[in-house]
Write a protein that binds this ligand. Sequence first.
Ligand code: FES
Ligand SMILES: [Fe+2]
Length: 402
Amino acid sequence: MAAMASGGSAQEARYSASGDHAYKRWPRYRDASEGLRNYWYPVAFSKSVGRKPVPVTICGEQLFLIRHEGRAHALNDRCLHRGVPLSMGKCWFPGTISCPYHGWTYDLADGNLRAALVDGRDSPIVGNKSVRVRTYPVEEHGGVVFVYVGDGEPPPIEADVPEDFLRPGVKVRGWLRKRRGDWRYAVENGFDEGHSTYLHRGVVWTWIRRKPAYRVVHVEQEGDWLVRTVDDVVEQVDYPGLGRWPHGFRPWQRNVVVRGSVRLPGWVRIQWPDWTAYEVFMGTTDGAHLSFMFAVSHAKGLKAVLFGLRFWLYIRWAYMWQFNRQDQQMIEQVRIPPERLFRPDKSITVWRSHCERNARGLQGSERETAVRLSDGGDPAWDDSDVVDDSDVGVAGPRDALR
Ligand code: FES
Ligand SMILES: [Fe+2]
């Protein structure tokens, strides 16, 4: 969909010429190729964040995670001096990180420059208030690190994260992967009724499940979620001039009704009878996305142990790998615009309209970029206290970088 974001092009003309103007109904959504801004996102498992920096690209923004005295911190992964990733640096002093290039040393808690190691203890750049690496609000729940990617005061995390993750004692397991394809195709796929009875045949996960010809659904809003609700299940159809399909069912196959839901900024929820699958899709860069899949269970005692076994022996490979690989293969192949939608795509268009109306902010839009550049810390090209332009005899750094 990066092509979509380029706007006004031959793509657009081709799209109009197709007679289907549908995508023009969602201009904000169309432009959100890097993701949605001003939301809390899950970015790592707590156990994977320690004293070694963990780089993460989310919504087109490069940051890194690191833990100090038990607390996880998130900082922009770019040294203000020459732009080298701080995640390649070292922690010489507790609570700081030093850039690998010239040793600028930043405070993990507030991003302030604490020392410029090769410029001595009286370095004038230290203490300059504009030299501060951006830090991100961080919270940990259920063994997952959540980061707020946005501007200003973040909303309470309850506004963005399903309450399942916030309940004490919750057991969250899952899988974080970077995958090819636009994050929006992944969310749309997760809520797409049309493929759910067709694509997922022939894998272990659906072996015991009866896949009907189609289901009639409508979408309801329940709190923050849009829920796909089944009105009718049509098991077999006699297609005019073609014959019956599906050709038959195995005697052991049963109908299993699950509820599929979606919410901002890109969560998909599948409610199985005794556990819940959550999938979060987040833009990165270059048309790729982060996919974070969770299995959440509130079982206790022996049941919790059994669920753990079931996850590692079955759910992780049969559902998160094999079943979801079918989705992934399609997500990678989507080429729109143009597109021609059909009746089952109602689930997708309802989600797009919801996004269009309610998304807090778009990542990478001109407005958002302006906000980020003016927030005083990133990137700080104001090095007037170091470089005297008349001495150096070249254009100022600001001009040089234009
Ligand atoms: S690039 Fe980081 S200290 Fe020079
Ligand atoms: Fe699917």
